[in-house]
Structures are given as structure tokens and as C-alpha cells.
Design a protein around this ligand. Structure first.
Ligand code: PHE
Length: 338
């Protein structure tokens, strides 16, 4: 039996390296090691081996199996290597790889995230409202009468239903006061729409960040301190901020806030960035009427509100000269904010 094992191993070792492909190799595996293969046939002879020889013959049997298995594995590895080499033919492995361009957040998203982060740390919670609004939420509740120019058809996108695309995020002030009771401290980032001619500083669809704080005894000093702290956190500790008296129907007194810019090689200049003021008592009264209670009664609460253009913030942050860059999706521009 041992001699037939040796003969089998010799034949197998001669034959296996000649297997042309995977199928041929599998055929040989079955021929030698399969259930009906040669090795199985020979091992049937174990029955007739005398007990004192069984161990030695068993060992020879194992050796033969191991030898054949190793040869099969080796041939398989050769076949795989040959296949790989064939696939790689004509490919120059020394060429540099194709670079993968990393993605990045849009500059507008980056300022939004930073601004929201700063205000949230100051205690403002996020609020939202719809972009398609009623005239009441956008104007009437905000003390903006029917003959106000902002309501003119040439300034605002109206639907036939009487709804409109909100011209500012201040409508979210109204919606939040309708559903929540004071004290209230919210910010509401979102899109706003106006029938503006598009130019270097105007878009017809842009982004605002609204803020509202209502409680007992909220003061103008708190509004000023909050905004100054906000701009210093955003643009740096030495940022200069200026409050100019202004008019908004829904705040009294009202201000526009400018931030001082000192572009390299240019004279410093003030850039208008935000509107704000103390919530007008008429707004609180409209909210009371709508709610049917008096938790927002102007004798009980005061508040401040502000609204800023996020595109402006981004333009100041990076010295972007034209607002249209922010919507053109030109990677030569966007690639600079990675
Ligand atoms: N809604 C005003 C605008 O769009 C900004 C503003 C918000 C002013 C809140 C005062 C208070 O111009």
C-alpha cells in the first residue's frame, strides 16, 4: 500500500502543475482527493493492514494527502497570479493615482453654522417657519400696514391665493409667539425672497437669521450687548460695531447695525449688516389678539428682535466682492473654502 501511495503522489505532483485552468485543476482535485478519487480508493486498503503497521501506513496516507493538497494550492496560486498579471497588462503601475477632490461645506453653510453656534451658546433656541406665508404673518401682525411699500406687488412675490414668499424671517417671530409663551429666546435662520434686481449686493432669494428675545424687562442695553458680543465672537475681539437709528414698523426704537471693515490696503469702511430694535407694542397687541390671551401684553413683557443677511456675513468674513459668487456653484470659487 505504501508503494502505491508513493506512486500516486509522484503522478499527482507531475500532473497538477500542468492543469491549464481552474476547471482542469478542479478535475484533478476530484481525481485524486474526491470521494471517488484515487486516494479514497487506496485508503480502503487500510482494512487489510495488520495492526502493527496501521500507524505507519496511516502516516503515509496523510503525507500523500498533504502533498497533493499543497500541489493543488500552489497551482491555484499560480493561476490567480497569471490572471492578475493578464488583467494588469498595459496598466502602468508607476503612474500617480487619480486625486480625489475633498468636498467641503458651502461658505454660506459655514457662516450659518458658526452664527447659530454662537447664538445657541448665548441661550437662543432654533425655530422655523414656512417660506410660503400669509400676509398676516409677514406684514399685518408685524405692524406693517397695507400701504407699506414692502407689500407692493413690485417688491414681493405673491401667489393667486393671497399667500406670498416671505420677504423676511420676521414672520417666524409671529409664529413662535403664537405657539410659545414668554420668556422666549429664539433664532430662525432661513430663506427670504424679494423682487429685487440681482446685482453685486442683491439676490431675489437670500438667507436671513432672525432673533427674538421676549421676557419681563428686556432692555435696549441687552440688545446692544448681545449683538456686540455676537459680532466679536464671529469676526474677532476687536471688531467695531455701530448702531444707527432707523425705522422698521415692528420695532421701536429701531436700528441698523454696521460692522467696520478694514480690508488690506483700503480705507476702513462701515458695512450695514443687520436690522434690529425693541419689539413694537403693536406687535405684542396683535399677538395677544390672535392668541386670545394676554401673556404677551405690552405692559407685561418687552423684547428685542434682530434680522441679518447671512450672505452679507459671508462676504465680510472672506472679503467676497460679489454676492452672486455665492449662488453660481463655480468650483474655482467654492474650492477656496475647503
Ligand atoms: N426684517 C427686517 C428686514 O428684513 C430686519 C429686522 C428684523 C429688523 C428684526 C428689526 C427686527 O430688513
Amino acid at each position: 500500500m505504501e508503494s502505491s501511495l508513493a506512486a500516486l503522489l509522484a503522478t499527482a505532483l507531475a500532473e497538477i502543475p500542468t492543469a491549464a485552468d481552474e476547471a482542469a485543476l478542479e478535475e484533478l482535485r476530484l481525481k485524486y482527493l474526491g470521494k471517488k478519487g484515487s486516494l479514497t480508493a487506496i485508503s480502503a486498503g487500510m482494512r487489510d493492514v495488520p495492526p502493527d503497521r496501521k500507524a505507519a501506513v496511516g502516516a503515509a496516507l496523510n503525507e500523500t494527502r498533504t502533498g497533493i493538497t499543497a500541489a493543488l494550492d500552489a497551482r491555484k496560486a499560480e493561476q490567480i497570479a497569471a490572471k492578475d498579471a493578464k488583467e494588469a497588462e498595459g496598466i502602468d503601475l508607476t503612474l500617480p493615482g487619480r486625486p480625489v477632490a475633498p468636498g467641503a461645506l458651502h461658505p454660506l453653510t459655514q457662516v450659518l453654522d458658526r452664527a447659530v453656534g454662537i447664538l445657541r451658546r448665548m441661550g437662543f433656541a432654533l425655530a422655523t417657519g414656512p417660506e410660503v406665508e400669509t400676509e398676516w404673518h409677514c406684514f399685518d401682525a408685524l405692524n406693517t400696514p397695507a400701504d407699506h411699500p414692502a407689500r407692493h406687488e413690485s417688491d414681493t412675490f405673491y401667489f393667486d391665493s393671497g399667500h406670498l414668499l416671505r420677504t423676511h424671517t420676521s414672520s417666524v417671530q409671529v409664529r413662535t409667539m403664537q405657539t410659545q409663551t414668554p420668556p422666549l429666546r429664539i433664532i430662525a435662520p432661513g430663506s427670504a425672497f424679494r423682487r429685487d434686481e440681482i446685482d453685486a449686493t442683491h439676490l431675489s432669494a437670500f438667507t436671513q437669521l432672525e432673533g427674538l428675545y421676549v421676557a419681563e424687562n428686556v432692555s435696549l442695553g441687552q440688545l446692544k450687548g448681545t449683538l456686540e458680543a455676537f459680532f466679536r465672537a464671529l469676526f474677532g475681539d476687536t471688531t467695531e460695531v455701530r448702531f444707527r437709528p432707523h425705522f422698521f414698523p415692528f420695532t421701536e426704537p429701531s436700528y441698523e447695525v454696521d460692522v467696520k471693515l478694514s480690508p488690506k490696503g483700503q480705507a476702513p469702511r462701515w458695512v450695514e449688516i443687520l436690522g434690529c430694535g425693541m419689539v413694537d407694542p403693536a406687535v405684542f397687541q396683535a399677538i395677544c389678539d390672535a392668541r386670545g390671551d394676554d401673556v404677551y401684553h405690552p405692559d407685561k413683557v418687552t423684547g428685542f428682535a434682530f434680522g441679518m443677511g447671512l450672505e452679507r456675513l459671508a462676504m465680510i468674513q472672506w472679503g467676497i466682492p460679489d454676492i452672486r459668487h455665492l449662488i453660481e456653484n463655480d468650483v474655482r470659487f467654492l474650492g477656496q473654502f475647503v
